[in-house]
Write a protein that binds this ligand. Structure first.
Ligand SMILES: [Zn+2]
Length: 499
C-alpha cells in the first residue's frame, strides 16, 4: 500500500462508535485542529452539554404547547402558479422574523423544512415513509421519557413550526416559541448573539432524533463490543478476522439498539476508517455513524473556484499519522505512524455537507486563538452530485447515491458566530428556488454565489434508502459474531482491497 504524505497533523483517532455524537466526532476527527478551544464540529456543543441532558427532568421550562399536531390537510395539494410571486399562500415559502441575530436559526429551519422524509413524516402526509416496515408516525414515535431528549418538546416545537410553514396561511412567521424551546434545552442559544448555523443544525437534528427515538431507555441494551475498547490490547490471537461488510453491519446493528428514529432512517450514513501499519501491513478497520460531512476546502490557490469533487477526494485521502497520534499496532507491539484513510461506506437520503470555511490558528506569542475564514468560491453541483465513485459499501440500484441540492446556507462575515446568514432553498412542492433572508423571501435562480456557501443540503434524487441502504442488507439475513476490538476501537479484518 502506498504511503501518503503526512498531511493532517492533528488526527484524533480515539473515537468510539455507535452513537450520533461520535458520528460527528468521526467526521471532525479527520480535520479538526487540536489546538482549538471551540471547533465548528457539530459534536462540540450539543449532546454533551449538561443542560441538554438534564433538561428533560428540569422543571424550569414554562413552555406550554397549545399546538395540536398538524393534520395531513394542512399541506395544500395545489401549487400556486410561479407568476404569483411570493406572497401569502405558498406552502413552504414563508419568511421567518429575525428575533435578534437569529438568522443562523432561520436558515436551518428554512432548509430542513424542505427535507421531505422528515417533513412528510412529521406532517403525517407521507404514506410511503410511514408504511415502510418498522416505521411509525410522529405521534406514535414521540418519546417523552428519553433522558437524552427534551421530553418531546423540541420535536413538538419543530412540528408546530413546520405545520405553519406548510399551511399556506402565512407570509411570515415569528418563530418565538421554537427559539424559546431551543434556548431552554441548549443554553448556548439562550441569547441574542449570532451563532454558527451548523451547530444549530446539529443540535436540532439530534434533538429531534432523541425526541423521536423509538428505543425507549428501559429497552436499551447495554452497549457492548465495538468501540468500547473492552478487549485486552495485547491479545492478538483473540482477535479474529472479520470482513468489511460484517463489521459494517455489526456496527450499524449496534447503533440501532440505541438509536432508531426518522433521523437514523434518512439522515445518517456510515464512514469506514482504515489504519494500515507501515511496518507489517496489518490492516484494521472501524465504522462510524455520521449525520453530516465536514469537508476541508482544498483546491486551486489561484483564485479559481474549488470543485467540491476535490474536497471529497481530500476527505477520503490516505494520510500518515504523526508521532503524537501514533497507533499501537498489536502485531508489531509498538506505536507506529499508521496510514489512515476515512471513506464513505454508505450515504443517507438527506446528505448535509458542511464546508469547513472556519479554521483556528493559535497566536503563538500571546497564546490567543484566531478564527480564520476561507472565502474561496466553492463549485458544487445543483442537479446532480454523484457519489457512486466515492462509496465503498454496497449501493442500491433503486436508490443510487446521486443527489440534488435543496438548500444552501450562505454566510457573510468573518467568523461563524458573527456576520449574517441567508439561505436559498428549493421548495419541496413546486421545486423552485427561493431566497430567504429572515422575513424576506423571494424567487431565486440556481446560480449560487459559491463564495458564501457554508452548509449544503442534498437529497437523494431517486428513491429512498432507509438506513443508508443497510435495511435491505440486514433484512437479507445477517448474524453478528463476537469479534473483539483493540483499545482504539479498531477490529482486525481480512486484508483486502475493495474494487
Ligand atoms: Zn505492525
Amino acid at each position: 500500500m502506498s504511503r501518503g504524505p503526512p498531511r493532517n497533523p492533528s488526527v484524533n483517532k480515539k473515537t468510539t462508535v455507535v452513537s450520533t455524537t461520535t458520528s460527528t466526532n468521526a467526521v471532525a476527527s479527520t480535520t479538526s485542529n487540536a489546538t482549538t478551544p471551540r471547533t465548528t464540529n457539530p459534536a462540540s456543543s450539543y449532546k454533551g452539554a449538561s443542560n441538554w441532558v438534564g433538561a428533560a427532568t428540569s422543571n424550569k421550562s414554562p413552555i406550554r404547547l397549545n399546538h395540536s399536531l398538524p393534520s395531513p390537510s394542512t399541506s395544500s395539494s395545489s401549487s400556486p402558479s410561479p407568476t404569483e410571486g411570493v406572497k401569502k399562500g405558498i406552502p413552504g415559502c414563508v419568511g421567518l422574523t429575525n428575533l435578534g441575530n437569529s438568522c443562523y436559526m432561520n436558515c436551518i429551519i428554512q432548509c430542513l423544512a424542505h427535507a421531505e422524509p422528515l417533513t412528510n413524516y412529521i406532517l403525517g402526509n407521507d404514506q410511503r415513509t410511514n408504511t415502510l416496515k418498522g416505521q411509525g408516525s410522529f405521534a406514535k414515535d414521540l418519546n417523552k421519557t428519553n433522558p437524552l431528549g427534551s421530553g418531546g418538546k423540541v420535536a413538538e416545537a419543530y412540528a408546530s413550526l413546520l405545520s405553519k410553514i406548510w399551511s399556506g396561511q402565512h407570509a411570515c412567521i415569528k418563530p418565538l416559541h421554537f427559539k424559546f424551546t431551543i434556548a431552554t434545552f441548549a443554553n448556548q442559544f439562550n441569547n441574542t448573539h449570532q451563532h454558527d448555523a451548523q451547530e444549530l443544525a446539529a443540535f436540532l437534528i439530534d434533538g429531534v432524533h432523541e425526541d423521536l427515538n423509538r428505543i425507549h431507555s428501559q429497552n436499551r441494551k447495554d452497549r457492548v463490543g465495538v468501540g468500547d475498547g473492552n478487549s485486552t490490547s495485547n491479545s492478538i490471537n483473540s482477535i479474529h478476522a472479520m470482513d468489511d461488510k460484517s463489521l459494517a453491519l455489526k456496527t450499524w446493528q449496534q447503533h440501532l439498539t440505541r438509536n432508531d428514529s426518522i433521523i437514523v432512517d434518512h439522515f445518517q450514513g456510515m464512514l469506514q476508517t482504515t489504519l494500515t501499519c507501515p511496518q507489517c501491513n496489518k490492516i484494521s478497520k472501524k465504522f462510524d455513524i455520521f449525520s453530516s460531512l465536514l469537508l476541508t476546502l482544498i483546491g486551486p490557490t489561484d483564485g479559481r473556484p474549488i470543485p467540491i469533487e476535490s474536497c471529497l477526494e481530500h476527505f477520503t485521502r490516505q494520510e500518515q499519522l504523526d508521532d503524537h497520534n501514533a497507533w499501537h499496532c498489536t502485531n508489531c507491539k509498538q506505536r507506529v505512524r499508521a496510514i489512515k484513510q476515512v471513506q464513505l461506506w454508505s450515504v443517507p437520503d438527506i446528505l448535509i455537507i458542511h464546508l469547513k470555511r472556519f479554521t483556528f490558528q493559535s497566536l503563538s506569542r500571546k497564546g490567543g486563538i484566531c478564527q480564520m475564514k476561507i472565502e474561496n468560491e466553492v463549485d458544487f453541483p445543483v442537479d446532480h452530485l454523484d457519489l457512486q465513485s466515492h462509496i465503498i459499501g454496497p449501493t442500491d440500484p433503486n436508490a443510487p447515491p446521486a443527489y440534488k441540492l435543496f438548500g444552501v446556507v450562505e454566510h457573510t462575515g468573518q467568523t461563524a458566530d458573527s456576520g449574517h446568514y441567508k439561505t436559498t432553498v428549493r421548495n419541496a412542492k413546486d421545486h423552485r428556488f427561493y431566497k430567504c433572508n429572515d422575513s424576506q423571501i423571494g424567487g431565486a435562480t440556481d446560480n449560487f454565489k459559491g463564495s458564501e456557501a457554508y452548509v449544503l443540503f442534498y437529497k437523494r434524487k431517486k428513491g429512498l434508502s432507509r438506513w443508508a441502504g443497510l435495511e435491505r442488507i440486514i433484512q437479507h439475513g445477517y448474524h453478528a459474531s463476537n469479534d473483539q476490538v483493540d483499545d482504539d476501537g479498531f477490529t482486525m479484518v481480512v486484508g483486502k482491497v475493495k474494487k
